[in-house]
Design a protein around this ligand. Structure first.
Ligand SMILES: *Cc1c(COP(=O)(O)O)cnc(C)c1O
Length: 418
């Protein structure tokens, strides 16, 4: 039992859907990200079904995993997108996503990014400061366009998650306080090239409780009431992303309960509801497949040195995040306690501490729950080409990103001529 329905053992071999993971390792090499189309589809449908009674739009947060195959599958299911850069907008377009279902978040949008988004006609800019609003108004004016805007409100709610991914407290860099938002919406006449269409918040990531979401949506609803009392028309309410997933023993709310709570909390609003889930759509739809290079037994500890590293999956090093690490095939040996580490020259380069595993050199391991903030946060540190990515669909395996080559990494560098 792995706890993940699309990743299961059949007679001691770990499968993704109908394909044994060792077969993928043989064909595509390691490290390799492996995704399940069925798991991705199921998560999207769970959101969509739970929202069936409401006018809604699910805007997948592209930064969680931006491979164009994943964006394309979500677009085909009807998904919209939440982007945080012009680069992500280009990916959405390349993947066949609809710009008119795309919202643009982030505190530091450049003029060039605003131009690109205005040009393709995105659904809405989630604006995070008055300075940004001025710049957007100016840019839209130069282009003879009107920019649709939601202010991102910082509801000052404690998401009770890791401090690096908590975004809805007043000391965080994100959004504007509710009273300031109120003042800016009422000063709409100062921004003739902006149309205020929505209200937005996003309080953090990997939330494992409902109460912060409920508190934030309550505050958003109060603000909505106040704006409507002043005669402003708001067309949509964007409640952000942040629903957590199970990495080990967390028990986050189910997608159904989360959506039901958002709908109940906003029941008297007639506006269209938007959400921006990232992790909860892709996190448990992917794993990182890696091979043991060497075992090293010292008097203090046992190390399993694997061919994936912090550059491939940064979450353990960055957030001290926990990922389950499972054998791809059982080998009948006795277990030992291992530090599962990569080849990068940093003591912080680890995938898991104190894991009970039965290992030989050359064995394969699956680092679970690696579909979100895995590949998208990867780097080339130590001149390590980034991993290949494959998507499994029943018994078919599709390569969705080729393994990088060192030549590609060096190609744009230049030696001084004199
Ligand atoms: C990162 C982010 C999300 C997605 O968060 P998840 O925890 O992956 O659901 C949604 N909205 C905004 C503005 C974000 O920055």
């Amino acid at each position: 039992m792995t706890g993940f329905p699309q990743f299961v053992y059949h007679s001691d071999a770990l499968y993704v859907e109908s394909v044994p993971l060792h077969q993928i390792a043989e064909q595509y090499g390691t490290p390799c990200y492996v995704y399940s189309r069925a798991a991705l589809t199921q998560a999207y449908r769970d959101f969509d079904t739970a929202f069936a009674a409401r006018d809604h739009l699910i805007c997948y947060a592209v930064k969680a995993n931006s491979n164009i195959a994943i964006l394309n599958l979500l677009a085909r299911l009807g998904s919209g997108f939440d982007i945080v850069s012009g680069g992500e907008l280009q990916r959405v377009i390349k993947a066949g996503g609809d710009p008119r279902k795309t919202v643009f978040s982030g505190v530091g949008k450049t003029i060039q990014e605003m131009r690109m988004a205005l040009d393709v006609g995105i659904l809405c800019f989630n604006v995070e400061s008055e300075s940004e609003l001025n710049a957007l108004n100016q840019t839209a004016s130069e282009m003879g366009k009107i920019a649709a805007v939601s202010l991102r409100v910082n509801p000052d709610v404690d998401a009770r998650t890791h401090p690096y991914i908590s975004t809805g407290l007043k000391e965080n860099k994100f959004g504007v306080p509710a009273d300031e938002a109120m003042r800016i919406y009422q000063a709409a006449h100062l921004y003739p090239h902006v149309r205020f269409t929505g209200l937005d918040c996003h309080i953090g990531s990997q939330l494992t409780e409902l109460s912060p979401f409920i508190e934030a949506s309550g505050k958003m609803l109060s603000l909505l009431d106040a704006l409507q009392a002043k005669g402003l028309t708001i067309e949509h309410l964007d409640l952000g992303g942040g629903l957590g997933i199970r990495y080990t023993d967390e028990s986050p709310p189910s997608i159904q309960n989360y959506v039901a709570a958002l709908c109940a909390q906003t029941a008297r609003a007639t506006q269209r509801l938007l959400i921006e889930p990232g992790r909860s759509l892709v996190g448990n739809a992917g794993i990182l497949l890696t091979r043991v290079a060497y075992l090293k037994h010292t008097s203090a500890r046992n190390f399993a040195i694997v061919d994936a590293a912090m550059n491939d999956l940064m979450r353990p090093s960055l957030y001290d995040a926990y990922h389950d690490i499972l054998p791809v095939r059982s080998n009948g040996l006795a277990t030992d306690t291992y530090q599962v580490v990569g080849p990068v020259c940093e003591t912080g380069d680890f995938l898991g501490h104190d894991r009970l595993l039965a290992l030989r050199d050359g064995d394969l391991l699956a680092v679970m729950s690696a579909g979100a903030y895995g590949m998208s946060m990867s780097s080339n540190y130590n001149t390590r080409p980034r991993a290949a990515e494959v998507m499994v669909d029943k018994d078919a395996v599709h390569l969705i990103r080729q393994r990088e080559t060192v030549d590609q990494l060096i190609a744009s560098e230049r030696i001084l001529s004199g």
